[in-house]
Write a protein that binds this ligand. Structure first.
Ligand code: BGC
Length: 748
């Protein structure tokens, strides 16, 4: 339906009808108005599979394919793969009559303790933004809507309904909003879901700055915003701010607030935003209804009810998991060849493949690692520990005995469900003590011990030096079991890379001491230094760095070339990197391109990921990989001028297969196009060189004052302000002359 037709419909609506549309019919659908032909559309969680509850209770949902959660999907570093997963979810949505999938979630992982880290992609905004864009494009390619969430700074579960996230303007823009900006602009999600929390004092659900100024005016978002479930505080202010749909529906309560706000009646909730005076005009309501109905009609018209092939989707889930799991250590123990394998750990038969909470899919076909391994060779199983936490010594003894009688042991363990979920944050980074003891005891008796970890976020690994190989399987979706077996036995070659840093200990993490805050406030004291930016800046060793992951083959990097070495700040830059597969098997490598400013004026990270590409390279083959640095790749956020800014200067481009291993580098020179500051009598001498007006000023100055000053100029301390040209020694220059030269330079 066209906008003009929707506007015509609005003229036929009563105020009651209009406000009724602005909150859900129930938890999973929008309000219809049959007399006007307005349909209802259905919403369902996501993000890594459908949790379609319509007509069912809160805890029940229709079976669907459980794809790898974001934590694992991100390790693919592959936007196309994210699209593939999104497209499959979109197909299931059409099949299950779902018009909006509530995802993807792309909050930045500020702390590995965050309870929903498994639902988010990364600690890095570029990686996170690209993966989210892929998922959105995939889902929307099947004519189904998305709800990019949770906008923004939903970095923790503790007090999530009330927590005030105190974030500096620079960190907000460079890290937390950047993660949303890219997918909003590139993939154009149909809707966004605002977060529960406050940012710097304002609830996201009623922040006009966030929902209007940033999202719509700066980024050009055209869809509608819905609240997270129960995130609305002041409903009328929310509509004023740009929150169209309240979810779930609250029935009459908030509708009354809206009507009163329009009619000048009593509004129960006090206004927080000074610009909003508890009053809405009908135009604001109309605008919200138009934005909502445009999406509702569009998605309703695109319903096709097509049946989909769930068996095929299971295979897709397995393939995606294989592209993502990360080989962290391998002394040659993997891939497994021949002999008898002791498979140990209850997770081998009851795999942990997704996290708890609203994203929990009723999976159709969960594969068990043990069963999948049986297809490849001789295996025997020992429980090793109990997931219901009544592990006892005898389980370990039996496992050690079995391990000693086999050619190798594969221990599958990690974080049980109770350790991480939506709704609470972790307080430590440990896996259960019984799992650690099991690994240590088995490794004493079996010199070929392989550990497979199933967890939704980083854990510490006191056992790391005692084992021969380590596969980070994360939470792998319903195909995790087959993917683990395929990778262990070498049917698939590991090619995932860590999308987050694994710290050596909790105390080393960026937000330590400032997470989860107190008295409902949390301060992002680490600023922009999140994830690898923190560890590199403070030279803190990690357990495993961002971008790291091994393969059964090896790659050599030998040649980087930027298409030009001098460019303007808004130019796109193509960079080519030569990579050779030097091993004996085919494999995929994630080529990562980082940028470092050589002599920054402000504190900047040691390097930042700006582009990446996953490539398949046959054994012995060399490939030239082209990466593109997009506009903004050299910028930082300038708090003084409230904008993104690039300074003229030299930058180093670093390329490699991990953040800690970038063997290639080259230098480019970037010229800033924008002039940020006028010259004043307080401008320092050292600032003149960076400011194009500085050159003009100097020419005019020397023209006016002659050779004497030009000679002296060299000896002036560079941090002195221009006024000292008149005041500090017997200068030929008067203050009115200096001011006139400054005026002329600024105007030219
Ligand atoms: C979660 C959202 C979810 C919604 C609906 C909320 O508690 O934060 O991510 O989409 O519930 O289940």
């Amino acid at each position: 339906m066209k906008k003009s037709e929707i506007k015509a419909l609005i003229n036929k609506m009563t105020l009651e009808e209009k406000v009724s549309l602005l909150s859900g019919k129930d938890a999973w659908s929008t309000v219809p108005i049959p007399r006007l032909g307005i349909p209802s559309i259905n919403l369902s969680d996501g993000p890594h599979g459908l949790r379609c509850c319509q007509g069912l209770g809160w805890g029940e949902s229709v079976p669907a394919t459980c794809f790898p959660p974001a934590v694992l999907l991100a390790c693919s570093f592959d936007e196309e793969l994210a699209k593939k997963q999104g497209a499959a979810i979109g197909e299931e949505a059409q099949d299950q009559d779902v018009q909006i999938v509530l995802g993807p979630g792309n909050n930045i992982k500020r702390s590995p303790l965050g309870g929903r880290c498994f639902e988010y992609f990364s600690e890095d905004p570029v990686l996170s933004g690209h993966m989210a864009a892929g998922v959105i494009q995939g889902i929307q390619s099947k004519k189904v809507g998305t709800a990019l969430k949770h906008f923004a700074c939903n970095s923790q579960e503790t007090d999530r309904f009330v927590i005030d996230e105190k974030v500096g303007e620079r960190a907000l823009n460079e890290i937390y909003l950047a993660s949303f900006e890219y997918p909003v602009k590139k993939a154009k999600p149909t809707t966004l879901m605002c977060a529960y929390n406050k940012i710097n004092g304002d609830y996201c659900s009623q922040s006009r700055w966030l929902l209007n100024d940033v999202l719509r005016e700066q980024w050009g978002f055209e869809g509608f915003v819905m609240s997270d479930w129960g995130a609305v505080d002041n409903r009328a202010q929310g509509v004023y701010a740009g929150l169209e749909l309240e979810m779930p529906g609250t029935g009459e309560e908030n509708n009354r607030e809206l009507k009163n706000a329009v009619n000048g009646g009593e509004v129960a909730m006090p206004a927080v935003d000074k610009r909003f005076k508890n009053k809405l005009n009908i135009k604001q309501i109309d605008k919200a209804v138009v934005r909502l109905l445009e999406v509702v009609f569009d998605l309703y018209e695109k319903k096709n009810g097509k049946k989909c092939d769930y068996e095929k989707h299971h295979k897709t889930a397995v393939e995606i998991a294989e592209e993502c799991m990360v080989l962290l250590k391998n002394d040659g123990a993997l891939p497994i060849k021949g002999g008898k394998t002791a498979v140990i750990g209850e997770m081998a038969v009851k795999p942990r493949y997704q996290g708890g909470g609203s994203s929990c899919v009723k999976a159709i076909n969960v594969s068990s690692p043990l069963e999948a391994m049986k297809k490849y060779g001789k295996v025997e199983y020992a429980q090793g520990y109990s997931l219901s936490d009544d592990s006892d010594e005898s389980m370990i003894k039996d496992a050690v005995k079995l391990a000693a009688s086999c050619d190798r042991a594969v221990i599958i363990c990690g974080l049980p469900n109770e350790y991480e979920s939506e709704g609470f944050d972790r307080t430590h980074l440990n896996i259960p003590a019984s799992h650690i003891k099991l690994i240590e005891e088995v490794a004493k008796k079996q010199k070929n011990t392989i550990v497979v970890l199933c967890n939704g976020a980083p854990v510490v690994m006191p056992f790391v030096d005692k084992v021969n190989a380590l596969l980070e399987a994360y939470l792998g979706g319903e195909g995790a079991g087959e993917a683990i077996a395929d990778l262990l036995y070498g049917k698939a070659n590991p090619c995932g890379k860590l999308a987050e840093t694994f710290p050596q200990r909790l105390e080393n993490t960026p937000a330590y001491g400032n997470f989860p805050g107190e008295n409902c406030e949390v301060t992002y004291a680490e600023g922009i230094y999140v994830g690898y930016r923190w560890y590199e800046k403070h030279k803190i060793p990690t357990l495993f760095p961002f971008g790291y992951g091994l393969s059964y083959t090896t790659f050599r990097y030998d040649g980087i070339k930027a298409e030009k070495t001098r460019l303007n700040e808004h130019d796109e830059l193509k960079v080519t990197v030569k990579v050779t597969n030097t091993g004996k098997v085919d494999g995929k490598e994630v080529v990562q391109l980082y940028v470092r400013e050589n002599a920054p004026k402000v504190s900047r990270p040691e390097k930042e990921l700006k582009a990446f590409k996953k490539v398949f390279i046959k054994a012995g083959e060399t490939k030239t990989v082209t990466l593109t640095l997009e506009d903004g790749a050299f910028a930082y956020y300038d708090e003084k001028h409230h904008c993104r800014r690039t300074d003229s200067g030299k930058f180093t481009l670093l390329a490699g297969g991990s953040s800690d291993n970038c063997p290639l580098s080259c230098e480019v020179e970037v010229k800033a196009e924008k002039i940020y500051d006028d010259i004043t009598i307080h401008t320092r001498f050292c600032d003149l060189g960076d400011n194009p007006k500085g050159k003009i000023f100097m020419n005019k100055l020397f023209k006016a004052t002659g050779a004497k000053l030009k000679k002296e100029f060299k000896y002036l301390p560079m941090d002195w302000p221009l006024r000292t040209l008149v005041q500090m020694y017997q200068s030929p220059l008067t203050m009115p002359q200096l001011m006139e030269i400054i005026r002329q330079a600024n105007e030219e």
